[in-house]
Write a protein that binds this ligand. Structure first.
Ligand code: GNR
Ligand code: NI
Length: 169
């Protein structure tokens, strides 16, 4: 089932999400819905707060080869270490039509639980590392404009306010 994607301004996006404690069918359903919503958007990642659920999980698929999916659900994720840096274009489904360059680490080692509660490690680079950090930020109430200078951030906030007034948000 598709879920509605919350946009910037919705208080759920500014909240620190709660750990997942129950690895039950409700969690499995949430993960399935998040994949469906992410693929339809389309996006390469989606965090639970973006669908109005303040819990620590996200889904992602940064595969580039056509037809081969790399579905990953990270529950209660922890960033173990990061290394290097990369600058690249970033967007967010909660900020439709807004893109800019964000400086992020090049490599990320993270651990997380799967839908059954089993812990696993992930060591990745490039877009997939960028995605993990972007999604992990969402779980801490941080959105990608937080990585901009105050000046650029205020510029974007003003544009968004205009779009809200115009009914285009
Ligand atoms: O679809 C998305 N694309 C993207 C591009 C570069 C870095 C991060 C992302 S995640 C984003 C979807 C989203 O808003 N996830 O929270
Ligand atoms: Ni996002």
């Amino acid at each position: 089932m598709m879920r509605e994607i919350r946009k910037y301004g919705d208080p759920v996006l500014a909240r620190t999400a709660d750990p997942v404690v129950e690895f039950d069918t409700e969690l499995k359903r949430l993960v399935d819905d998040m994949f469906e919503t992410m693929y339809a958007a389309p996006g390469v990642g989606l965090a639970a707060p973006q669908v109005g659920v303040s819990k620590r999980l996200f889904v992602m698929d940064c595969s580039t080869k056509d037809g081969v999916q790399e579905r990953l659900a990270l529950i209660n994720p922890e960033i173990v270490s990061t290394e290097g840096s990369q600058v690249g274009d970033e967007g967010c489904l909660s900020f439709p039509g807004i893109y800019f360059q964000v400086d992020r680490p090049q490599r990320v080692i993270a651990r997380a639980q799967d839908v059954k509660g089993n812990w696993f490690d992930i060591d990745t680079t490039d877009l997939s590392a960028r995605c993990i950090l972007h999604e992990n930020d969402h779980l801490n109430g941080i959105v990608f404009i937080s990585h901009l200078s105050a000046l650029k951030r205020d510029l974007i906030k003003r544009k968004i306010k205009k779009r809200i007034k115009a009914g285009d948000w």
